[in-house]
Write a protein that binds this ligand. Structure first.
Ligand code: 5GP
Length: 132
């Protein structure tokens, strides 16, 4: 059975998409810890990020940098925090979170509840910077 993230890549489940290339896909986290919180995943279904082969791992990192730069241009922040947890979804992913301070990268704080129109607006703005 496919993971929920594979279903997102295949369009079987909707996502607030930021961008993709041949091997990777980026979309907003549905329960963000900050506005612009984005997940970057390899299209290949591998649970643990450090089990990816060298090419895919390198591609994912380069793709994540491009996505991070577009979040940075869109959401006011000090920098983009990077986290890998993988405790919930067994499909490798990198969290990219716009942060002002260390506390903003806390995953134990209550998540934001943003309405769909706001999620779509954020995604559209990041997507535009991703493509430019
Ligand atoms: P982790 O596996 O890194 O511990 O957490 C998984 C992350 O994926 C969580 O931040 C959660 O909000 C996000 N997530 C889980 N299911 C979905 C989904 O169906 N769509 C999106 N966009 N994000 C999801």
């Amino acid at each position: 059975m496919s993971t929920i993230f594979t279903k997102i890549v295949n369009g079987e489940i909707p996502s607030y998409k930021i961008g993709e290339n041949e091997k990777c896909y980026a979309f907003l986290d549905i329960n963000p810890v900050a506005k612009g919180h984005t997940l970057v995943i390899p299209k290949v279904e591998v649970d643990y990020i450090f089990d990816l082969n060298d090419d895919t791992f390198a591609e994912l990192m380069l793709f994540a940098r491009k996505v991070a730069k577009s979040i940075e241009k869109t959401v006011p922040c000090n920098r983009i925090g990077v986290a890998v947890l993988g405790l919930e979804v067994p499909h490798a992913h990198i969290h990219l979170v716009p942060i002002q301070s260390e506390a903003d990268l806390s995953f134990s704080r209550p998540k934001l509840k943003l309405p769909p129109n706001e999620m779509e607006t954020i995604a559209q703005k990041i997507r535009k910077n991703f493509l430019s």
